[in-house]
Write a protein that binds this ligand. Sequence first.
Ligand SMILES: [Zn+2]
Length: 239
Amino acid sequence: MTEYDFADAHCHLDQCAGGFLPTILHITCGYSQKSNERNAHIASENANAYLCAGIAPQEAMKYPDVKIKLIEWEETIAALPKLVAIGEIGLDYHWAKTEEERFLQHECFISQLVLAEKLGLPVVVHSRDAEAHVLEILGNFNLRCMLHCFSGSAQQAQAAAAGGRAVVSIPPMRSKERRKFIRDLPLVKLLAESDAPYIGKSPSDALEAIKTIAEIKGQDAEAVKKQLLLNTISFFGIK
Ligand SMILES: [Zn+2]
């Protein structure tokens, strides 16, 4: 694994126009049945890409019959090649305004947490304006989870990581609150991501997140880069 220069713990290669480099370990992530399949195809064709597949909350709320749809979707997800995590899954109250939309997101989130448990895989969690609910639900499961692009409070990040099974993934976007939990969390609890093409333009923008972490922690950037790569390999159980 040491042939990699660094890791991008979360990107969407099916949406990226470029920046796919052989020196980066990529965890490419789907959010719908179709995008899971597109990313699975990319992962199966590239030695340095692994797959995270799931149904995102923004997708879940489009289907009043999501519970029935999930039967087929989850079967497909479980059979995809190079699957190392279930995600991105979670709750997004920024987009879900009505009770019904939030209910559909909940159903979808919980069903896939059960799936991850069954498959013995970690989860990659998206939460927006719903951090307290997401953490409460995760507390009922004994799953390794990566809080992707976490934008809750430093206190919430601390509490989740202290529980033992959560890591926090840092995007190439700075915020005051994020600065606090980067400073306070041990380096082994952190990962770096580009979330390309949504936050970073390409997976190589994970380097920006790595630099930010090194700077805030006052540690050597090369050493931080290596440690975050090891954290990514270990979290996703990449052999
Ligand atoms: Zn993403």
